[in-house]
Design a protein around this ligand. Sequence first.
Ligand SMILES: [Zn+2]
Length: 234
Amino acid sequence: MRVLAVGAHPDDLEILCGGTLARFSREGHDVVMCHATSGDRGSFVTTSEETAAIRDGEARRAAEICGAEHATLGLHDGEVNAADPAQRTLVIDLVRDTRPDLILTHHPQDYMSDHNEIARLVFDCSFHATLPLYETSRPHHEKVTPIYYMDTVMGLGFQPTEYVDVSEVIETKVAMLEAHQSQLVWLRDHDGVDIVEQMRTATRFRGLQCGAQYAEGFIPCLTWLRGMTKRLLP
Ligand SMILES: [Zn+2]
């Protein structure tokens, strides 16, 4: 399969579904990790341009550790907007370029707008990507791609219906997140959290729910045209 994972910011995929992506990659599937924004507004010490360049390098390194391909939409933090026609074209072309069999993205009710708007963009544009008369520079995708919503940050308001055992790849997941060194500092200084410890705890918590050492939780998007007769997660 070709698996497209779309997170709002560099580090979201690593926190919320990094173990599942590592498993997909390890099991021979092609994985594309896309962050919508450049992470350009999360620093007390560097300029937006400097921050974006640092975070791009960190995200590329994390994708490399996963064995995934790196992609970004290059949007500004805080400006993800599902109603913006230019952003819709970017996501349609992301789908048309990657031609996924499965998409992982944010749950529509997470803790901040960029996450929720990306959920909406991916839901809408993975449908519109199949319309030949929704013309962009790329040919239309053949099918409306199934979507799994990944966990919310700290699992708040999210009841998983599917779990992926990531016990064997937990250290890969940790290494992917630790590639985001500038983000670890930012989240410590801005939010008072050790994000690696938080991620490990949340992944352990999901593991305890399903009888695994570590796990990640998901909810399938079960609208018409996206129903699945078999499980697509590892
Ligand atoms: Zn985020």
